[in-house]
Design a protein around this ligand. Sequence first.
Ligand code: NOJ
Ligand code: CA
Length: 715
Amino acid sequence: MKQILSLSIFLCLLAQSAFPQTSQPLSATNRKVKLEFSVDATGIPHYAVLFDGKAVVKSSRLGFKLNGGINLDSNFTIVNSTTKSVDETWKPVWGEVSEIRNQYNQLTVQLKQKSPNGLLLNTVFKVYEEGVGFRYEFPIQTNFQFFIVASEATEFNLAGDHTSFWIPGDFGSNEYLYTTSKLSEVNAWKFPIISGGTLQQNIPDQYAVQTPLMMKTSDGLYINIHEAALVNYPSMQLHVNRSSFQLSTNLVPDALGNKAYLRTPASTPWRTIIVSDKATELLASKMILNLNEPSVIKNTAWIKPMKYMGVWWEMQTGLSSWNYTDNIDQLSSSGAMIPNGRHGANTANVKRYIDFASANGIKGLLVEGWNKGWEEWTGAWKEENFDYVTPYPDFDVAAIAAYAKKKGVQMIMHNETGGSAVNYDRLLDTAFRFMNKFGYTSVKTGYVGNIMPKGEHHDGQWMINHYNRVAQKGAQYKVMIDMHEPVRPTGLSRTYPNFMASEAGRGNEWNAFSDGSPAEHETILPFTRLMGGPMDYTPGIFKLKNYAKGAPLRQMHTTLAKQLALYVTMYSPLQMAADLPENYAAHPDAFQFIKDVPVDWDDTKIIEAEPGDYISIARKEKGKANWFIGAITDEHSRISVIPLNFLPTGKKYLATIYADAVNADWKENPEAYIIRQFIVDNGSILNLNLASGGGAAVSLTTATAANLKSVKTYQ
Ligand code: NOJ
Ligand code: CA
């Protein structure tokens, strides 16, 4: 379906320009999106982005300051500029769609500084139908090899005081609730705190926010700023000027205060500006994936999306412990650790989960707290906290591996580093060899706490390289990766398809150990955190009140039906069924949806979406005719209207609708749901009743002759 597009890159002569000066800017366009580039009289490079003739990013500076007093942000002339158009289609190993079109018009501008240095810098712009990605390249050149970035000058001068959905510019955590405010009201030191849980706060700039930054203009444009292909460079945060609405780049520093250590030839990540007048199109964008390099893994047959359970929620809710003993200094007369009697990762308990997962067709099982070290795992600057190969005495790794294999369940390794990435780095091969030996095909890593090497940050260049090294090691040992507490994703799963998911945001787990996330949280995440890649959000909690030990009043701000809908609205190729087996056993009819819902898709239709309010998505199962729908709302009840026009014509489907009961409500009656079945076709329009904090999930399977006889048609 290759479309012929007129090559629309040209020296702009007629159209209006975002630049005040008279010199003609270079430009590139793609339908409604236009990019302009110019160098002003003092040699400062600028760019601007327009959508349908409206300024999205007004004339904004580009460039760098380097250590040693080198200003790479002015005094430039344009040496050359080239254009090209690309229109190709590629197939992701897994994803929301089975084919991705990568169609853009590119403008590359080669800049050279006037004397004395004559340094070279290229800016490369890729203009997509839904936005612009650009990056810097530092070409090979004489007398300029190794250099240190002191700051990046990239600005995003916005055209107004947009409504924005932001979390503070913390160097080490993304696990915040979102604030919705005008840009003029951004205050990174003031954010919603819900009691319980802890955050290591490190927010030096009072006006810095993280990306993806989601915004909505007063005239209905949706703008998202993020980055793609974060490799060998620190994460970008944005400093907000609250009166001019200028965003400027804050790079997360290293322990010495430097930003990035580079050697020519080098390039930065892509800065991304996605823009649309439809929120649904923004969610459907594949621009960030497209800006990443193709897979470096040749044989990807071993990479398989899956659902998994975990010996996990019981620790999160305080019912059992990660640690084996409560006093590491006290040993028995024979010199053994004294068990606390609450250790979750014991062989019998693990087998119980294996049995349940196996009986219900859930492929994976995560077990946390299986290895020695949890007594002093974080908070003490203990560098050698785990060795990744020594199980606690009550965890029989070989017997469990054999049992899981017999039962057709894949064990998921857990490697929590407690922030000691330096220790994990040293032991990576040891850890992955251990996984290979015992048949673990995936690993969940974790980085809770202060980073060691001391002084490094989760989002600085050293850690960025560490995360990428772990993904590469995983590829070498054929192990799939799920990271908790890493930097937020930037589409690198295209390059490393074994890098399945990460947390890098405030997951469902916060409902276990704090007073929880508000009902709107899951309607914001797809517009922010998930723009860069899948989130291991860990949905599927069925017991929604009084689940946490010692906190009888604790409850989730969601209904049970909404927990089901999250399997569709919160995309991940690794999707947890996070609750305890007994809580699923209490609702086998609702659990059926979790059993049925796939984790890999041929197609995705974003049906309706508004950040902070609601999202409804339909997806087609990979390689099958089945469709699944998830619809969620915030604290406001609503009717979600879903035309089934995506179904093939003339085919009858059996729709199983898992909806909030009429009297359901997240606060008073969260577990009230109703399951109904109807015959539908592509002319049907579903009206789904979503309670306050509620949702609905629908499976659509080919109707059998028996269905057609016994099931009513949807009216
Ligand atoms: C934080 C992770 O997000 C959570 O899933 C995990 O259980 C704990 N760290 C312990 O590793
Ligand atoms: Ca976490």
